[in-house]
Ligand binder design. Structure first.
Ligand code: CMC
Length: 429
């Protein structure tokens, strides 16, 4: 049985509008407000879009109250335990898990396209050695539009899919190139005999003078982290990709915009900010001071890696990453005092009324940096790791939007500036 529409009546004019209720496949009710402006003459106001669904999507499902995350219906816990990042990429792009032959073909595709145009290295070398890698990533990925724009017919689904696969394949190559530029190391070309994460680690850390053996613990840990970060429905960066995509812009430009949105500390930049915060806290004895600061309305400090717009329960990705962080540190034989500090911070915060009442829990970024650090990834590259993984989500969402084109994204505003006034000549001001 379908829901009855809601009736919204304007008591000022007695005009009414019927608002249909749409239900997602998991039953969540959503009011379709499209008719409000034309029927009642009002816009709706929702800063930060906390109450607004901007699209329909069949890719990722989140139930923030119950701490549930599913890609194409599959629980994140099962994918984390049983799948691989390339298989998850296939699932997000195509909607189903691949057969063996589909999987092999997909692996070939995302391996074949790992090289980047050689001139891109000239572009990268134009950056100062200490440029933030996220700024480089946004610039370099955006510049791919210049290499592929003329040959891309966006009305052709096969060409759209090729662009998506190219980006998934090239992102680790570009990320490693940005790091190597900072280190002053020569360009590393993708060793295509290795798998996706092994190849990335090889491009990151190998130097011509020595043989580099990829640590299998590190490769598997990256695969897991990439799975967990691959998509997260309409977050700020994905919404950015969709908004830019709604204009018909080139997909590389859309993803470059997504990278820029991801960089902010309220979003993907939080993993770098968490490490900075833990280092600033320095010692377990200082935890209560920082908890007090996070609760103080007059102090801009926030507990980084805590809180989420959608999760009002433990972020399921954070639980998996916390367990993985213990395992990775144990397997690598590494002890990191920041891990003890993070656990103490979490323990105290989860018992504190402020965090309990506001339902603030650790999010995906709280423990991920500790794993990256253990594997030798510098802090400034943490959000780049997120971007490599989230590229799969961005291109999947971009493909979905291109398959079901909507109108250009164009929010309205509540204008709060001056009313009409006459121009005053400069001599009379
Ligand atoms: N520390 C202290 N107080 C917080 C925190 C925090 N980390 N997060 C939220 N609050 C408070 C906030 O001050 C507000 O209090 P009040 O209602 O009294 O004004 C209340 O909790 C609700 O916060 P909000 O800012 O309205 O919530 P939001 O949904 O707009 O923001 C958030 C979500 C993730 C931006 C925010 O929780 C935050 O800034 N967290 C720290 C940064 C972070 O870890 N970001 C990563 C998010 S997960 C990965 C990703 O998206 O990339």
């Amino acid at each position: 049985m379908s829901d009855k529409p809601l009736i919204l009546t304007d008591p000022n004019t007695d005009r009414s509008v019927e608002l249909p209720v749409i239900r997602g496949s998991e039953g969540e009710p959503t009011i379709d407000i499209k008719a409000v402006p034309s029927k009642l003459g009002y816009f709706t106001y929702d800063p930060g879009y906390a109450a607004t669904a901007s699209c329909t999507s069949s890719i990722t499902f989140i139930d923030g109250n119950r701490g549930i995350l599913r890609y194409r219906g599959f629980p994140i816990e099962q994918l984390a335990e049983k799948s691989t990042f390339p298989e998850v990429a296939y699932l997000l792009l195509h909607g189903e898990l691949p057969s063996r032959s589909q999987y092999d073909e997909f692996l070939d595709d995302i391996t074949y396209h790992t090289m980047v145009p050689e001139k891109l290295n000239t572009f990268i070398s134009g950056f100062h050695y200490d440029a933030h890698p996220m700024a480089m990533m946004a610039g370099v990925v955006g510049s791919l539009a210049a290499f592929y724009h003329d040959r891309l017919d966006m009305s052709d689904p096969a060409q759209r899919m090729l662009a998506a696969k190219r980006m998934i394949a090239k992102m680790p190559t570009i990320a490693a190139a940005c790091y190597r530029h900072h280190m002053g190391w020569p360009t590393a070309y993708p060793p295509n005999a290795l798998n996706y994460t092994e190849r990335f680690l090889h491009m990151m850390f190998s130097v011509p003078a020595e043989v580099y053996e990829v640590n299998p613990v590190a490769a598997r840990a990256f695969d897991l982290l990439f799975i967990l970060h691959a998509d997260h429905e309409q977050n700020a960066s994905t919404s950015t990709v969709r908004l830019v995509g709604s204009t018909g812009a080139n997909p590389y430009a859309c993803v470059a915009a997504g990278i820029s949105a991801l960089w902010g500390p309220a979003h993907g930049g939080a993993n770098e900010a968490v490490l900075n915060m833990l280092e600033a806290i320095g010692d377990v004895s200082q935890v209560p001071t920082y908890i007090d600061r996070a609760k103080d309305k007059d102090d801009p400090f926030r507990l980084m890696g805590f809180g989420h717009r959608v999760y009002k329960n433990y972020d399921p990705r954070a639980s998996i990453i916390r367990t993985a962080a213990h395992e990775v540190l144990a397997e690598l034989g590494a002890r990191d005092p920041l891990m003890d500090l993070a656990m103490e911070l979490e323990r105290i915060a989860l018992e504190d009324d402020y965090f309990v009442d506001k339902r603030l829990y650790p999010n995906v970024d709280f423990y991920s940096g500790i794993i990256y650090k253990a594997m030798g990834i510098p802090k400034s590259m943490f959000t780049v790791m997120f971007a490599i993984a989230r590229t799969v989500g961005w291109v999947s969402q971009w493909l979905e939007q291109a398959d079901h084109p909507t109108r250009i994204g164009r929010p309205r505003q509540v204008y709060s500036g001056p009313a009409e006034r006459d121009y005053i000549d400069i001599g009379q001001r």
